[in-house]
Design a protein around this ligand. Structure first.
Ligand SMILES: Cc1ncc(COP(=O)(O)O)c(C=O)c1O
Length: 367
């Protein structure tokens, strides 16, 4: 593919490349969101979203980015004074702990160095020490460092054994990983349209367990836009409480069709295979990944720069001269790390193009 200004290869950890089929779906007509056509469309979207989360329970779609989904989970579950266990090991888990505090909760942080993952034993110890707590909020895939938590199911079980809710931020992973929420007993799982689902940015998708639905009946949340019970009530008749981002709903519908046509297992396996190619290709260039092998993410590949490569110059040259857009590092990794998304439409052609661009750009900058 010869990249043009308009159509660069988007190898960011979201948003990611969107197929022409999904882009074209957004040209559907503006229709009444209280009419039959929308109801039919939206019921289909909710059914397909259930299949994404592998749930028979409730699902909710917000016209918001992923952060809205996280905010919704926190404000629906946390009441002033509630304690939440929050593993913190990067930018997004840090934000999650802060969001719990903004809602008046107490966040018990279980920390590790950024680039690593707190151990399950650490988490278990924190839970046991706390005894009673309202929920565990766990980021599955720390997009800021390229690590994935390998024990989501076990952590969820621990929370349940303590009578607490489990909330999983799978914004940058669901679709590249499977999180079967019913089987694992996840209470709320959150993802975003712009990552492994390969739709445009702008929608947050959540699964909601029966336990959460019951809790919300007895304790209505103090939020209007993100009021989960209201979305569930309207969703049951194929509507949204507020005006939906209609073109994005068309796009999500088509992106979920693509995903289901490919098959979940095949898609997960493809993400795994493509990320292995990326890690191998970078290792062949002598580059060191941020994550240890046991926790390296299959959807976000983060690598240290070799000595002497300027981050801003490197990424600018990649984008402008090679047409490949990648991301830099966050916080302590800013300037030292670059990140490559391995999401959605990822295929061998994209991987090869990206690795070649990285190798040639680095060689050019060293001259
Ligand atoms: C793990 C995680 N949580 C939350 C977010 C926030 O999502 P958004 O930027 O769509 O609001 C992101 C975005 O990259 C993410 O990767």
């Amino acid at each position: 593919m010869e990249p043009t200004d308009k159509q660069k290869l988007i190898m960011l950890p979201g948003p990611t490349n969107v197929s022409e089929r999904v882009m074209k779906a957004m040209l559907g007509p503006i229709i009444n969101h209280r009419g039959d056509s929308f109801r039919e469309l939206y019921k289909g979207v909710l059914d397909k979203t259930r299949r994404l989360f592998q749930t028979e329970g409730e699902v909710v779609v917000f016209s918001s980015s992923g952060t809205g989904g996280v905010e919704a989970a926190v404000w629906n579950l946390i009441r002033p004074g509630d304690v939440a266990i929050v593993p913190v090991f990067g930018e997004f888990s840090t934000r999650l702990a802060e969001t719990v505090e903004m809602a008046g909760g107490k966040a018990v942080r279980v920390t590790s160095e950024f680039g690593k993952v707190p151990t399950l034993d650490q988490l278990k110890a924190a839970m046991e020490q706390q005894g009673r707590y309202k929920a565990m909020f766990l980021v599955h895939n720390e997009t800021s460092t390229g690590v994935a938590v390998p024990y989501v199911e076990a952590a969820t079980k621990l929370a349940r054994d303590h009578g607490a809710f489990s909330v999983i931020d799978a914004i940058s992973s669901l679709g590249g990983y499977a999180i079967p929420v019913d089987k694992w007993g996840v209470d709320v799982c959150i993802t975003g349209s712009q990552k492994c689902i390969a739709a445009p940015p702008g929608l947050a998708l959540l699964s909601v367990s029966r336990g959460v639905v019951d809790f919300l009946k007895s304790s209505p949340p103090k939020t209007r836009y993100f009021e989960i019970p209201r979305y569930i009530e309207y969703g049951s008749r194929g509507e949204t409480p507020f005006t939906p981002a209609l073109p994005l709903v068309y796009a999500l519908d088509e992106a979920l069709n693509e995903l289901l046509e490919e098959g979940f297992e095949k898609r997960v396996e493809r993400h795994d295979r493509m990320s292995a190619l990326l890690y191998d290709g970078l290792a062949n260039m002598g580059l060191k990944p941020v994550a240890e092998r046991s926790v390296r993410s299959r959807t976000v590949v983060a690598s240290y720069y070799p000595q002497g490569v300027d981050d801003a110059k490197f990424r600018k040259t990649m984008a402008h001269d090679r047409g490949v857009v990648i991301a830099g590092g966050f916080g302590p990794f800013a300037g030292r790390v670059f990140r490559v998304g391995c999401m959605g439409q990822i295929n061998e052609g994209y991987v090869t193009t990206t690795l070649k661009a990285i190798a040639e750009t680095m060689a050019g900058l060293h001259n």
